[in-house]
Design a protein around this ligand. Structure first.
Ligand code: CP
Length: 320
């Protein structure tokens, strides 16, 4: 495959290949192999029209660990603020010889436009588009669940994942539902009716307005950020009422089975969708998710930019 635009681009074998490659890369890093020559001479552009901490930094770290050259472009401080279009920005990057463009954009569909336009010749990776998708977040979440719930191998067949909160504005939720369904997990979305999108009944998951009944069966509970910046102020939920009904606090965490993990893609509204002591609890894997993001993004860049498929005899320390 040339691009990664949606979690739906990945069938089960594709998804497992990315997760297995990420695991191989993580084990090399664990063995103190900090930098691989694999993408020497390739250029990765991080094209960020929306703010990011985790995704931007982890794509940069991933590309550098594979020895690629990295160009970081942030719309703030660029000629986008003078009105330059996505097309002219893309043509400029193409002139600089980008082999991969990692794009985050506030408009749903912007990465698809870039990939299908012919403006650039390299691979396009969706790093979050509007309220639509964030496929590498779903991959790092699956990688994290696989480590804790499936011994690091195989798919997530039958694992129960509860995703809670502002599904309406969440690209993370949509990509997770698509990927987790591909991997055989059973997903339940829990949200107030006003924060579920139209058409959610066609998604491959269950939905509920009540959180407590789902906690005692969950293998993983993923809390979503309430995205106030995408809401009309008149529709802001009251933080107190929201956290009373949908927040994960110590009482609710105690309802989870002992093996269950607590996840959040970040950034968190501590005290709203997740209590501070829950975010920092031993069963919280939120910081680990960030670290796993580097391995997963290394795998995505490695596979898209011509890395040989992993198999017996593949040596990741060789240049691709
Ligand atoms: N999870 C996530 O996408 O975080 P950032 O917005 O900080 O990249």
């Amino acid at each position: 495959k040339r691009h990664l635009l949606s979690a739906a681009d990945l069938d089960r074998d594709d998804a497992l290949l990315v997760l297995d490659t990420a695991a191989e890369l993580a084990s090399l890093t664990d063995r103190a192999v900090k930098k691989l020559p694999t993408l020497r001479g390739r250029t990765v552009v991080n094209l960020f029209f929306e703010d990011s901490t985790r995704t931007r930094i982890s794509f940069e770290a991933a590309a550098k660990r594979l020895s690629a050259d990295v160009i970081n472009f942030s719309a703030k401080g660029s000629s986008v603020s003078k009105g330059e279009s996505l097309k002219d920005t893309a043509l400029t990057l193409e002139a600089m010889g980008a082999d991969a463009v990692v794009i985050r954009h506030g408009a749903s569909g912007a990465p698809h436009r870039l990939a299908n336009s012919g403006w650039i010749g390299g691979s396009v990776v969706n790093a979050g588009d509007g309220t639509h998708e964030h496929p590498t977040q779903a991959l790092l979440d699956a990688f994290t669940m696989r480590r804790h719930l499936a011994g690091g191998e195989g798919d997530l067949e039958g694992r129960r994942v509860t995703i809670v909160g502002d599904v309406l504005h969440s690209r993370v939720a949509r990509s997770n539902v698509l990927l987790l369904a591909t991997l055989g997990a059973e997903v339940t979305l829990v949200a107030p009716p006003t924060l579920l999108p139209v058409g959610v009944e066609t998604w491959p998951c269950a939905t509920s307005y009540e959180l407590d009944p789902h906690l005692k069966h969950a293998d993983a509970v993923m809390m979503l950020r309430v995205q106030r910046e995408r809401m009309n102020a008149a529709f802001f939920p009251s933080a107190r009422e929201y956290s009373r009904r949908y927040g994960l606090d110590a009482r609710r965490m105690a309802l989870l089975p002992d093996h269950a993990i607590v996840m959040h893609p970040g950034p968190m509204n501590r005290g709203m969708e997740i209590a501070a002591d829950v975010a920092d609890a031993p069963r919280s894997v939120i910081v680990e998710q960030v670290g796993n993001g580097v391995s997963v993004r290394m795998a995505v860049l490695y596979l898209l930019l011509g890395g040989a498929q992993l198999g017996a005899g593949t040596d990741l320390t060789d240049a691709a």
